[in-house]
Write a protein that binds this ligand. Structure first.
Ligand code: NI
Length: 157
């Protein structure tokens, strides 16, 4: 198990657009394993590669309570979305803070898995929110840009 340092808001790497992954090299495999370890250790529901300083289009997500259903998205794209949900959102790169963000209530994503097989996955509620939040990271965007009324410390209004 290897943990990577999570970059925090203000680090310019978080505002850059990530490059597509062309092939699964040994480095990419290790990166994905480390991202999963880092996300679980930090008790996050998602982590994007730029959050550990790597400008590649890779995301890991797990919104389950059991923490046993990791989703790996390589070069993900949102291909369908509908509805809206408005709720609290946070980010491992903005520790201790949260904000109110409106997202689609359901999204469908097309991506490649860790074997570079293309697949589609659909999510509602928290999973839809996580897809949108993490894919934003790949284009250099943080949820704070979308937070209605700014961000506040968790537990305070
Ligand atoms: Ni985030």
């Amino acid at each position: 198990m290897a943990l990577r340092k999570i970059r925090e808001m203000g680090d310019p790497v978080l505002n850059k657009k990530c490059r597509e992954v062309k092939e699964i090299t040994d480095n990419v495999k290790v990166l994905i394993e480390d991202m999963l370890d880092t996300m679980y250790e930090a008790q996050g529901v998602g982590l994007a590669a730029p959050q550990v300083g790597i400008l590649k289009r890779i995301v890991v997500i797990d919104v389950t309570e059991e923490r046993d259903e990791p989703i790996i998205l390589i070069n993900p794209e949102i291909i369908e979305e509908d509805g809206t949900q408005t709720g609290e959102e946070g980010c491992l790169s903005v520790p201790g803070m949260s904000g109110i963000v409106t997202r689609p209530s359901r999204v469908k994503v097309r991506a490649f898995d860790e074997n570079m097989q293309e697949y589609e996955i659909e999510g509602e509620g928290l999973l839809a929110r996580a897809f949108c939040h993490e894919i934003d990271h790949l284009d250099g965007h943080l949820y704070v840009e979308r937070a209605e009324g700014g961000i506040h410390q968790v537990g305070q209004e």
